[in-house]
Design a protein around this ligand. Structure first.
Ligand SMILES: [Zn+2]
Length: 110
């Protein structure tokens, strides 16, 4: 009723899955980078140790089908990967909300 733009099925909100390098102050150099994929609802979906920071694009499924079975299982209606630079973690509202939701699952850590 009312807004024709909101007719069911014509709009879909794509769920976000954030990927970041969980290596403090990573500047992309050095060996071994611990990549993490966390859903916007706070579920940690995948992790990967990359021998090189740049491999994240392949190893976390941006440019390959790696890990995508896990993403599909969690969000069968669709998802979108978003890379978050290590230096932007503190100011990225979406990933901060995901972290908050993740912590809320374990109150002793909040
Ligand atoms: Zn890194």
């Amino acid at each position: 009723m009312g807004d024709a733009r909101a007719v069911e099925g014509t709009e879909r909100i794509v769920k976000k899955i954030f990927v970041f390098c969980n290596q403090k102050n990573c500047d992309g150099s050095g060996d071994w980078h611990n990549m993490v994929a966390i859903a916007e609802d706070g579920t940690c979906l995948a992790g990967h140790v990359c021998s090189n920071h740049g491999w994240a694009w392949n190893d976390m499924g941006f440019t390959s089908d790696w890990k995508r079975d896990r993403y599909d299982k969690h969000y069968p209606d669709g998802w979108e990967l978003e890379w978050v630079e290590n230096t932007n973690l503190e100011t990225h509202a979406g990933i901060q909300l995901a972290f908050e939701r993740n912590r809320a699952r374990r109150p002793e850590l909040a």
